[in-house]
Design a binder for this molecule. Structure first.
Ligand code: ADP
Length: 892
C-alpha cells in the first residue's frame, strides 16, 4: 500500500503520478493494473509486491519526491496469466483502463492526460475467464449479512461465472457447515461482521479472503437493489425471504456492482432451499470423510474424484454440488435413482449419450462471459457447439423407451431452445477462430455481404485496381491507360498526353476529371475512383468494425435466448451426472438403495468406495461388510461399537457406512449388495484425531468440542460416526467420557451410531443398553504374526494385538519381546483385579481401579484458554505475565 503523503507534496507530482495516486487511493486493498498502451503498469509498492509475486523484473520510471518510482508491467495480451497467478496468491487486482481515445486527449491540448478509470476489480470469487477458472469447480463468493434477529446470518452464494444465485440462512452453529458446503472462493460481509463475529474466525480458519463492504443492509435498500438488478416490480416471485436473506442478497448485488462496475453478470433469480431439504454435514465431518478432497487437500483420493465419471465440466460441477448437499426428501431421491436405473438398464443408450457428451463446451460459463462483455468468438462457438451436442443427445434419447421424469424434463429443456439460433451461429462462425474478437476473422465468408465487400477490398486491393483499370481502358478505348497511386493525389488515372486530350471532351469529360498535366502525360480521376480511394483506406478498419457489430448481434441473440440456454446447460449437466453415476454403478456392481422415512440402516455387503478402488488398483480384494443399525421409530436406532486392533479396518468400516448414506441420499447407487436407509437428517462424523494447530487447540479439545456438538444436536434421524473418542486424554478420563457419551447417545439422542474404540471395557455396555451391539474385526494369529481379515463380525475383540502390530511396523525385536513379557505380567495383574471387582455395573469406578485424582493443572488450563491468533500484542504480553505468575504460584 502507498505511504500517505501530505497534500503539499502531492502538488509536486507529475500529472500522471497524480492521476495514478488518486485512482490507487480509491482502491487501497487492490493491486492497481494501470493501463499504458499495450501494458498494465504497476507503481510504487504495488510494483514491488507484484514483481515479487510474479517473479518479473522490477524497473523504475521517473522520480517522485526525489526518489525513483519502482515500476513493473505485464503485457495486456498476457494479462490473464499474470492475473491467475496473483489471484491464486490471494491478491485482488483493480483493472484501470484508458477510457478515452488518445486522439481526443490531444484535442484537449499538448499536456493533457488520457482519462483512465477502474473498470473492474478482479477478486478470487468474481472471476469469469476460462483461464482463471477450474472447469470442474464452481467459483462463487458468499455474501453474509445479519437481519433483525441476532445470531441469524443470511447467506447469498453467487457464481458469476455461471449466474447461479443461491440464498439461505444459518445460525451461528450452522455457519461453518454452510461455508464448508458452499465452498466459496471469498466471503464478503459488513464491516462489523468482518471484525467481531464468528465469521472472522471461520474465514481465517478456512483460509478464505474476507472483504468488508459498506452497503446498507436494511430490508428496504436490499429490496430496492434486487428489484433494480432484475427489473422486478416486486419480489413475490422469489418466495418468502427472511430479512437476513434479503440483506445478504442485496449485499451480493452490491458486491457485484462494486467489482464489476458497469458490466452485468447474467444472474439467475435468487433461489432458496430450506436447510431441512439437505442432509446436514458439519465442516469437520465433510473434511474427515474426505468428500470433495482428502485431508491433505487433494481432489484425487476423495469420494468425489472416485465417483466423478462425468464427461463435461458442467456435469462435474453439478455432481460436486449434489454430493455436497444430499437430499432429505425420499421422493426426490427416488426420482434421481429412477433416472440412474434407466441408464443402467440401457447400457448402449448410456454409451451413446456419453459419447455425445464428450467434448461438450461449457455453455453456462460462455453465456456469462457474453453477458459481461468479456467474451471472445470461442464463447459464441461454445454455444453453437453446445446446441449441436444437445441436438445429438435429444436424437439419441428420442429413440429410447419412455424416459423417467428427470430425463424427460431434461429432454424437454433441450427441445425448448429455438433451433434458428444454432443455424444462425453455424452459418456465421468460421471454422477456425481467433482467441480475441479484436483479431477479426471469425465470421464465415458468405454470411454478410457488407463484410465480404470490405474484406474483398482489403484483401484484393490489387485485383480491384486491376479490374478498374481494365474497365477504364476499355471505356476510353486505349490500352495505355494506367491506374497509379501517389501520396499527393492518391489513386489516379494516367494516360499519354496525346490520349489525354480526348478525356477533356464529351462524353469522356463526364466521367474523367482532370487533375494534372505532366510532361508527356495527363492525370485524371473519377468519382468512382475517389470513392474507392476512401473505401480502400478504411476497408480493413471497416471489416473489423463490421465483424464487431456482427459479434454484438450474435451475442445479443444468445443472451436473448439466455434463460433457455441456461436451462439447456443444466439439463445436459443432469443427463451427464445421471449417466456417469450409472456408469460407476454398472462397472462396480453397486446397488440401488431403498430410501424412505423409516429409521432403517441396513447394509448388506457394503464396501468403502475409495479404499476398494485403491485396493483394486493393486490387485487386492476388498472384504465386504454389512451393517445394521435399524431401529423402530418409537425406540431409536442401534449403536454398534466396533473393537479390534489398529489396522484391522475399523475406520474404513465406519466411513464406508457414512459414505453409503451420503451416496444414497444424493441419488446415487451405493457400493453394497443391498441397502435400506431411512432418511438421515444430519450426519456427524468424528473420525481420526488430527491436531488442529491453526486454531491453537489441542487434539483433545477439538475432539470434545465436536463431541459436544453431536450430543447437543443429533436427533433420532441422525447418523453418528465416532472413531476413538477419548483417545486424546488419560486412559481413565477417556474411557469414562466414551462410556457416558454412548449412554447419552443411547438414551437421549437415540441416533443410529457407529463407534470404534480400543477401550475393551465399553463392550460391557451390551449388558445394560438394549439397542447396543458389539462388533469386532476378525483377526487371526498365524505363527505369532497377526493377520487382518477385515471382516466385521458380531462380538468383542478378544485382545488388542498391539504388540503384534508393533512388530509388523518394524519395532526392534528386543523391544517387541520385552513388551510381550510385560503384557503377560499386566494381564495377570488385571485378572486378579477382575476377580476382586464388586460392581459389574460401573467397572471403571471400582475402588481398586480408581486412578489417583488427576493433578489439577492451572498452568495447562490457562495455556489452553489462550487463542494466539486473536491476541493483540498488548494482550499477548499480559498473558505471558499471567502464565509466569501461575508457574511461580505452582512452586516451580
Ligand atoms: P483401523 O481403523 O482399524 O486402524 P483402517 O480402517 O485404517 O484400520 O484400515 C487399515 C487398512 O486396512 C486400510 O488402509 C485398508 O488398506 C485395509 N482395509 C480396511 N478395511 C478393509 C476391508 N474391508 N477389506 C480389505 N482391506 C481393508
Amino acid at each position: 500500500m502507498l505511504e500517505r503523503i501530505p497534500p503539499a507534496a502531492e502538488a509536486k507530482a507529475t500529472p500522471m503520478i497524480a492521476q495514478y495516486r488518486a485512482i490507487k487511493a480509491a482502491h487501497p486493498d487492490c493491486l492497481l493494473f494501470y493501463r499504458m498502451g499495450d501494458f498494465y503498469e504497476l507503481f510504487f509498492e504495488d510494483a514491488e509486491t507484484a514483481a515479487k509475486a510474479l517473479n518479473i523484473v522490477l524497473t523504475k520510471r521517473g522520480k517522485h519526491e526525489g526518489q525513483d518510482i519502482p515500476m513493473c508491467g505485464v503485457p495486456v495480451e498476457r494479462a490473464e496469466d499474470y492475473l491467475a497467478r496473483l489471484i491464486a496468491q490471494g491478491f485482488r487486482v483493480a483493472i484501470c483502463e484508458q477510457t478515452e481515445d488518445p486522439a481526443e486527449t490531444k484535442k484537449r491540448g499538448g499536456k493533457a492526460l488520457v482519462k483512465r478509470e477502474v473498470v473492474r476489480l478482479v477478486t478470487p470469487g468474481t472471476i469469469t475467464e476460462e483461464h482463471l477458472l477450474d472447469p470442474a469447480r464452481a467459483n462463487s463468493f458468499l455474501a453474509v449479512a445479519n437481519g433483525s434477529e441476532p445470531g441469524i446470518y443470511g447467506l447469498a452464494s453467487v457464481d458469476i461465472s455461471t449466474g447461479a444465485f443461491i440464498l439461505g440462512e444459518a445460525n451461528e452453529k450452522l455457519l461453518e457447515a454452510e461455508i464448508a458446503r458452499l465452498e466459496p472462493a471469498e466471503i464478503t460481509a459488513p464491516e462489523e461482521l468482518c471484525t467481531r463475529s464468528p465469521l472472522a474466525r471461520l474465514a481465517r480458519e478456512a483460509g478464505l479472503p474476507l472483504t468488508p463492504f459498506g452497503c446498507p443492509t436494511d430490508s428496504a435498500s436490499a429490496e430496492r437493489r434486487i428489484k433494480d438488478y432484475f427489473g422486478l416490480a416486486n419480489l413475490d416471485g422469489l418466495g418468502l425471504l427472511s430479512d437476513a436473506e434479503l440483506a445478504a442478497a442485496g449485499a451480493a448485488i452490491f458486491y457485484i456492482e462494486r467489482t464489476q462496475f458497469s458490466a452485468r453478470p447474467n444472474l439467475s433469480l435468487p433461489s432458496r432451499t430450506a436447510q431441512s431439504a439437505r442432509m446436514e454435514i458439519g465442516a469437520a465431518a465433510r473434511a474427515s470423510l474426505e468428500l470433495a478432497r482428502t485431508l491433505a487437500g487433494a481432489r484425487e483420493g476423495s469420494l468425489l474424484a472416485t465417483v466423478d465419471k462425468t464427461m463435461t465440466a458442467q456435469g462435474s460441477r453439478l455432481l460436486a454440488e449434489r454430493l455436497a448437499a444430499p437430499l432429505t426428501d425420499p421422493e426426490e431421491i427416488a426420482r434421481r435413482l429412477d433416472a440412474v436405473a434407466f441408464f443402467i438398464d440401457e447400457p448402449a443408450l448410456r454409451r451413446g449419450v456419453r459419447a455425445c457428451l464428450k467434448g461438450m463446451p461449457d455453455i453456462a460459463r460462455a453465456l456469462s462471459r457474453l453477458a459481461l462483455k468479456r467474451s471472445g468468438p470461442r464463447d459464441l462457438a461454445a454455444i453453437r457447439g453446445g446446441l449441436a451436442f444437445a441436438e445429438e443427445i435429444a436424437r439419441v434419447l428420442a429413440g429410447a423407451r419412455p424416459l423417467p421424469q428427470e430425463l424427460a424434463q431434461a429432454a424437454e429443456a433441450i427441445g425448448a431452445v429455438d433451433p434458428s439460433l444454432q443455424l444462425r451461429l453455424q452459418n456465421a462462425l468460421a471454422e477456425t477462430l481467433p482467441l480475441s474478437r479484436q483479431d477479426g476473422g471469425f465470421i464465415r465468408s458468405g454470411f454478410d455481404a457488407r463484410l465480404d465487400g470490405f474484406r474483398a477490398l482489403r484483401d484484393e486491393r490489387r485485383g480491384v485496381i486491376a479490374s478498374l483499370q481494365a474497365r477504364y481502358a476499355e471505356l476510353a478505348e486505349t490500352k495505355q491507360l494506367k491506374l497509379k497511386h501517389n501520396h499527393f493525389l492518391g489513386h489516379f488515372i494516367e494516360v499519354p498526353q496525346g490520349q489525354g486530350e480526348k478525356f477533356l471532351r464529351p462524353p469522356h469529360n463526364e466521367i474523367f476529371v482532370h487533375r494534372q498535366t505532366m510532361a508527356g502525360a495527363m492525370r485524371f480521376s473519377t468519382k468512382e475512383l475517389a470513392e474507392l480511394e476512401a473505401k480502400l483506406a478504411s476497408a480493413a478498419d471497416e471489416a473489423l468494425a463490421r465483424e464487431q457489430a456482427l459479434f454484438e448481434e450474435l451475442a445479443a441473440l444468445c443472451l436473448g435466448a439466455g434463460a433457455a440456454l441456461k436451462n439447456l446447460g443444466s439439463a445436459l449437466a443432469a443427463i451427464d451426472v445421471t449417466a456417469a453415476l450409472a456408469e460407476v454403478a454398472d462397472a462396480r456392481r453397486w446397488a440401488g438403495p431403498k430410501v424412505d422415512r423409516s429409521l432403517a440402516f441396513e447394509i448388506e455387503g457394503g464396501r468403502h468406495p475409495v479404499v476398494e478402488e485403491a485396493l483394486r488398483a493393486q490387485g487386492l480384494p476388498f472384504c465386504e461388510n454389512g451393517c445394521d443399525l435399524s431401529g423402530a421409530p418409537s425406540e431409536g436406532g442401534k449403536i454398534a461399537v466396533v473393537t479390534g486392533p489398529n489396522m484391522a479396518g475399523k475406520s474404513t468400516y465406519l466411513r464406508q457406512n457414512a459414505l453409503i448414506a451420503i451416496l444414497a441420499q444424493m441419488g446415487s447407487y451405493v457400493p453394497a449388495k443391498r441397502a435400506h436407509i431411512g432418511i438421515v437428517d444430519k450426519l456427524y462424523s468424528r473420525v481420526g484425531a488430527a491436531d488442529d494447530l491453526a486454531r491453537g487447540r489441542s487434539t483433545f479439545m477439538v475432539e470434545m468440542i465436536e463431541t459436544a456438538a453431536i450430543l447437543n444436536q443429533a436427533t433420532e434421524r441422525s447418523l453418528v460416526i465416532l472413531d476413538e473418542i477419548g483417545r486424546g486424554t488419560a486412559t481413565f478420563d477417556g474411557l469414562s467420557i466414551a462410556w457416558s457419551v454412548i449412554e447419552h447417545l443411547h438414551e437421549k439422542n437415540r441416533s443410529r451410531a457407529l463407534f470404534a474404540t480400543h477401550f475393551h471395557e465399553l463392550t460391557r455396555l451390551a449388558e445394560r443398553l438394549e439397542r447396543f451391539v458389539n462388533l469386532t474385526v476378525r483377526v487371526t494369529d498365524w505363527n505369532g504374526e497377526v493377520v487382518f481379515l477385515h471382516e466385521i463380525v458380531p462380538g468383542a475383540a478378544d485382545r488388542s494385538y498391539g504388540v503384534q502390530v508393533a512388530k509388523l511396523a518394524g519395532l526392534p525385536a528386543p523391544v517387541v519381546s520385552r513388551a510381550r513379557e510385560l503384557l503377560a505380567e499386566f494381564e495377570a495383574a488385571e485378572r486378579s483385579v477382575d476377580a476382586n471387582r464388586q460392581s459389574a455395573d460401573l467397572p471403571l469406578f471400582t475402588a481398586s481401579r480408581q486412578p489417583p485424582a488427576e493433578l489439577s493443572d492451572p498452568l495447562g488450563e490457562a495455556l489452553d484458554a489462550i487463542d494466539p491468533d486473536s491476541l493483540s500484542p498488548r494482550a499477548a504480553l499480559d498473558a505471558l505475565y499471567r502464565l509466569k505468575a501461575l508457574r511461580t504460584k505452582a512452586g516451580h
